[in-house]
Ligand binder design. Structure first.
Ligand code: UD1
Length: 418
């Protein structure tokens, strides 16, 4: 069933909103549960489409998974099936995170290649070379990545780039390896820290999570645990940018503002008042934002997942903004849709120059991925009439109760069946 959003422009978002657990954490935590026989319980899970999709993957491996609102219980049998179901895995990129746990538990794994998507090609070379350093053989065969190993052995591994997915697959294999693994140039995202916190509460020995170098001392067995998923900094950042874009006043809870340090600093430069609390922040914008430049980089740099929101803000700011995408090569495809909404943007390679306008112009646009979709909804709020955002299933993959939350903040957005 295809659905679209009808967005009334001219809204000023005001009020309070609370974010739930991070999409980019919960899926990896569900996969990490595979490392221990028994029931691992995750709380504060987001009610988004990707959670039941991951449930399908884990059920195909022999697990029982209960999704009960914001609680997810994963019961893992002693013997897992090491082959992830092609159809289930193909549907979403994050499913590749079962590779490390399956290799560690079963000594082999077959996982369908997730393939490229609308934000650029997403190869697995660093996942493979990291697992090979731990003693695996890996190959690509019949559209799947295949790993095999007699026993995993700790190793010194240096990543060419701090890939989030490669860091996760190496971590979740190395926890059950024989000896010590030192992972250099590791990803530092809060979701990596969250994964390490769960693994440590399952009995793993990991030091240095959140820094460039993570040290993992292998153990022979892990046990199940209960864990609260870290707040979603990308959803929180979306609300922060939406507040600024609509000259609103929004308080966001459920998130450490430290996880959004640079995006909030950028909003201050754009002219917003930003107050931070222990588990939240408030963004207030009383006038038209000033143009600001952005460069996306791995954490703690500006997140590539908030780049569409930065483009939306630039599109209504006073002056010229230059936005540089350094993480995913094709992430500017959605700029075409922003241009349909009237944005004055020109793309040159991995740079986009945007001269802000006072108001955008309502039209029909199509979302191409989760974040681009959310960015288009926000931009439509700053347009002059009623816009239609199509293919909203992308947005539903990452933003729980999005329409309800927008309307609670004073927007007028309706979900309509095509
Ligand atoms: C994760 C997030 C995604 C976020 C991204 C960067 C999930 C489900 N997704 O994606 O929302 O935008 O981190 O913060 O958590 N690369 C290689 N070879 C590899 C692995 C990666 O060349 O083996 C490249 C990718 O093509 C990309 C860059 O490295 O250009 C970053 O990718 P990575 O950090 O791995 O992102 P994901 O884990 O796929």
């Amino acid at each position: 069933m295809k659905e679209r959003f009808q967005v009334h422009g001219g809204a000023r978002l005001t009020g309070a909103v609370k974010v739930s657990g991070a999409k980019n954490s919960v899926l990896k935590l569900m996969a990490a549960a595979l490392l221990a026989e028994g029931t691992t319980t995750l709380t504060n899970c987001p009610e988004i489409l990707d959670v039941p999709l991951m449930r399908e993957v884990l059920v195909g491996l022999g697990c029982e998974v209960i999704v009960d609102g914001t609680d997810v219980m994963v019961t893992v049998p002693r013997h897992l099936t090491p082959d992830a179901d092609f159809e289930a895995v193909r549907q979403f990129r994050a499913s590749v995170c079962v590779l490390g746990p399956l290799t560690a538990r079963c000594g082999r794994a077959t996982v369908a290649l997730p393939g490229g998507d609308a934000i650029g090609s997403r190869p697995l070379d660093m996942h493979q070379s990291g697992l090979e350093k731990l003693g695996c053989t890996t190959r690509i065969e019949h559209g799947c990545v295949v790993t095999e190993v007699d026993h995993l052995t700790g190793a010194d591994i240096a990543l060419d780039f701090p890939s989030v997915g490669a860091t996760e697959n190496i971590l979740t294999a190395a926890v059950l390896a024989d000896g010590i693994t030192v992972l250099d140039n590791a990803a530092r995202e809060p979701e990596i820290v969250d994964l390490c916190n769960l693994l440590n509460s399952m009995g793993a020995k990991i030091d240095g999570a959140g820094s460039n170098t993570i040290t993992i001392t292998g153990v022979t067995e892990l046990h199940p645990a209960t864990h609260e998923v870290v707040g979603d900094r990308i959803v929180a950042g979306t609300w922060a940018y939406a507040a600024a874009m609509t000259q609103g006043d929004v308080t966001v809870g459920g998130i450490s503002p430290k996880h959004l340090h640079l995006p909030l600093e950028k909003l201050k430069v754009a002219g917003a008042e930003v107050e931070t609390y222990e588990q939240g922040f408030r963004v207030k914008m009383n006038h038209r934002p000033q143009a600001v430049d952005y460069q996306t980089l791995p954490y703690p740099g500006f997140p590539t997942d908030l780049q569409p929101m930065a483009i939306g803000l630039a599109a209504v700011s006073d002056g010229l903004s230059m936005i540089t995408e350094n993480v995913f090569e094709s992430r500017f495809r959605f700029v075409d849709e922003m241009q349909r909404l009237g944005a004055d943007a020109s793309v040159d390679g991995h740079h986009v120059a945007i001269r802000g306008k006072k108001e955008l112009s309502s039209t029909k646009v199509w979302s191409s991925d989760i974040r681009a979709g959310a960015g288009l909804v926000m931009a439509a709020l700053a347009a002059d009439g009623i816009s239609e955002i199509h293919d909203v299933f992308h947005i539903d993959r990452g933003y729980p109760h999005f329409v309800e939350q927008l309307n609670a903040l004073g927007a007028r957005v309706e979900r309509i069946e095509d």
